[in-house]
Design a protein around this ligand. Structure first.
Ligand code: BMA
Length: 334
């Protein structure tokens, strides 16, 4: 591993899913040889399982999964795994408790993220309330989920919490948008004293100019929970290219200032992963790689990224954080 001086924060996780880089591979991230790791029909009624979030939990891992059912409704399910490869996903949808009745009515939910902050697991997801916005709930056991207020007015997507308070407040990235598959989208930063009232909004990043980095030229959105390093918050984010044959979703990386995360230190001009394998190129929505979670081990620098493939199945990719940090700086377009 290069960049031996990098300090990576977070609890030790020597048991994250892992496979070494194949000798033939020169890429910064490499795919799990047995992808997809979660198949579309893991549940009897599932049409697809993708864009999902996992975290270390107990002796193994837990997560919140985006399951589109055979009515093609977008639902959220809890799941558990001993090794991060083989998942047991609960057949019943998550029932959120405790919210004000006005926001508690379930319409749809998708693209969850899970963040452990202080002593709770917080779930954020794209929540239907007169259009998509960011729902928030917390859980301690992935059985009972306590729903809070939606963070923002619609329309908003890709709400991702930082894993600790910043300058004394909860912090979140999000992507204001509109009701459809918009042809625009910048990442913003917001903070909250209590997980309910969000403000002090700051602009983080806009899509890149087409001639500079085309994979991220139409819209961008935060992916997994940012990882704290001595060089800044490592953010993996998706970007969209509009091709003559439709949208292409790839992902790359950025480094954000630790105390003022709306300040971008570096931003990869190259993608880390772009659709290439058959399960990324073909499915309900072709040409989509969409990361929503990553597990990492600070001691070894290993990272395992979970990403949705073609809006149908879930894939895993592996890498070393110091190499991703170097790549971000080396290919930076800032
Ligand atoms: C985005 C979201 C994602 C989806 C992607 C590609 O706008 O809806 O859930 O993976 O489009 O269809």
């Amino acid at each position: 591993m290069k960049n031996d001086n990098l300090i990576i924060k977070g609890p030790r996780q020597p048991n994250i899913p892992w496979e070494e880089r194949p000798s033939s591979c020169k890429d910064v991230l490499w795919r799990y040889s047995r992808n997809p790791v979660i198949l579309r029909d893991l549940l009897p009624d599932s049409n697809s399982i993708f864009n999902s979030a996992v975290v270390p939990y107990g002796e193994g891992f837990a997560g919140v999964f985006r399951v589109d059912d055979k009515n093609r409704r977008m639902t959220l399910h809890a799941g558990f795994s001993k090794d991060g490869f083989k998942w047991e996903i609960c057949p019943d949808t998550i029932r959120f408790e405790g919210a004000d009745p006005e926001v508690a009515e379930w319409v749809y939910g998708y693209d969850p993220r899970v963040t452990f902050i202080d002593d709770h697991y917080y779930v954020t997801w794209c929540n239907g309330y007169h259009g998509p916005t960011i729902g928030i709930a917390w859980t301690d056991d992935f059985k009972t989920f306590h729903q809070l207020e939606n963070a923002f007015l619609p329309y908003n997507r890709n709400g991702v919490l930082f894993p600790r308070k910043i300058r004394g407040r909860f912090a979140m990235l999000s992507r204001p948008s509109d009701t459809g598959h918009t042809a625009f989208g910048d990442i913003f930063y917001s903070e909250s004293p209590d997980m309910e009232y969000w403000g002090r909004h700051r602009h983080v990043m806009a899509p890149a100019p087409f001639e500079v980095s085309a994979w991220q030229c139409m819209k961008i959105g935060a992916g997994p929970v940012p990882i704290e390093t001595s060089e800044g918050w490592l953010l993996i984010y998706h970007g969209v290219l509009r091709s003559c044959n439709g949208y292409v979703y790839a992902f790359g990386s950025a480094l954000l200032d630790l105390e003022e995360p709306w300040k971008v230190i570096a931003r990869s001009g190259q993608y880390l992963i772009s659709p290439r394998e058959i399960y990324e190129l073909t499915g309900d929505v072709p040409n989509v790689t969409f990361p929503c979670a990553a597990l990492h081990d600070p001691d070894t620098g290993r990272i395992a990224v979970y990403y949705g493939c073609a809006d149908t199945v879930t894939g895993l990719a592996f890498g070393y954080i110091p190499e991703i940090v170097n790549f971000t700086k080396k290919t930076s377009i800032i």
